[in-house]
Every structure is written in C-alpha cells, then in structure tokens.
Design a protein around this ligand. Sequence first.
Ligand code: PRP
Ligand code: URA
Length: 205
Amino acid sequence: MFLELKHPLIANELGILRQKDCPPHLFRQSVRRVATLMTPYLCETFATEYYSVETPLETISAQRLQSPVILVPILRAGLGFLDGFLDVIPKACVAHIGLKRDEETLRPKTYYSNLPDSLAESEIILLDPMLATGGSAIEAVRQLRDAGAKNIRFACLVAAPEGVELFEKAWPDVPIYAAALDRCLNEHGYILPGLGDAGDRLFGT
Ligand code: PRP
Ligand code: URA
C-alpha cells in the first residue's frame, strides 16, 4: 500500500523544502514539521486499550496505546525526520540502522545497527526522508524482519515511483506513507524534482 499524504500544511512545507536556497536550520525545522503532520496518518490504526483515570471530579475510562512504539531512523538523513515523530509520540523508543548508499552501484552498505529485543510486540515506524531506488528502505526492513519485527510502516518525505515499485514487490505487507510522490530518478539515482541530498541539506555538509 502506498499513501501520498495530501494535506495543505504538508504541501506548504514541501514548497519550503524544495527551494535550493533553504538553509539547513530552516530545512531541519520544516522536515520536523512535516514529520509531526504525518504522524496521525501513520498511527491511525494503532490499537488502544482502556484504563481508569481519576479526573479532579470523577473516575473515567481513558485510552492509551496498547503496544510500545519503536521509531527506526535510517542514518543519517532519517535522524532529521525523528524529532517530529518524537514530539507527538514522546514515549517511543528509538532504534538505529546505519546505511550508506554507494554512489557508483547505488547499493546500500550497512555500517551500524542497534535494534532492541522488543521488536516483535511493537509498532514500528521506519523513517527515511528519501525513497529513491528503494535499496536502503528494502534492506532496513529486511534487517528489522530478521530481528523479529512484525508490524512495520515506512515513512518518507519524497518517494520515486521506481523505489515504490521495488519496495512494494519486496515488502507488500509494509505500507509506505509519503509526503510526495515525485516524477522519476535521474541517472545518478537522485529523485526528480526531489530535494537534493537530504542528509547534506539537513546537516549542512
Ligand atoms: C540517502 C537517503 C536514503 C537513501 C535513499 O541516504 O537518506 O537513505 O539515500 O536512496 P535509495 O532509495 O536509492 O537507497 P545516503 O545513503 O545518501 O546516506 P546519508 O543519509 O548519510 O546521506
Ligand atoms: N538520497 C537523497 O538524499 N536524495 C535523493 O534524491 C536520492 C537519494
């Protein structure tokens, strides 16, 4: 399942992010706002459970999330996407997968992984602003699945049709939520119109 989240506030942020002169500090703030705006869509089907709460006047039955939430940013650009999710799911645990795309082969190489034992019983949101060829996201899901993860959703800012197609073939049961579905990839594997190199733009490198 691929969902492009069409919302005026998200579209407004994409306009800011696409401007080549947007400096890293404004780019980071805008990515954080998009992440926050995307969160309700990603969590829409989370199960809740009832528990008793004493208000100042009476006892009521309130709701809370039934399962723990684990946010998994793909390093490095995924880190820029993390805080907007943590703003609204503050109790989420954060696991990390470090992947770097080889600029020649466009294949991802793993350089770091830190995944908790509780993947199987958690709701997992994998985060990466860019879904280009799809190689990085596909590999990250493979690592999560190998480590026991069941309920995974993937959140990205901008997706290329080529990457969506490959990802859906590899992981048909992992829904993709994107702020925008762009036109295509260029010959260097960059998304058009895209945002450029998201990691560089987030971290000013
Ligand atoms: C970028 C981006 C994704 C990946 C997408 O990361 O953040 O992780 O490329 O490309 P793909 O869909 O073709 O795999 P990069 O490897 O450049 O590392 P960085 O985040 O450290 O900049
Ligand atoms: N990684 C990026 O940061 N941008 C792209 O367009 C493709 C991969």
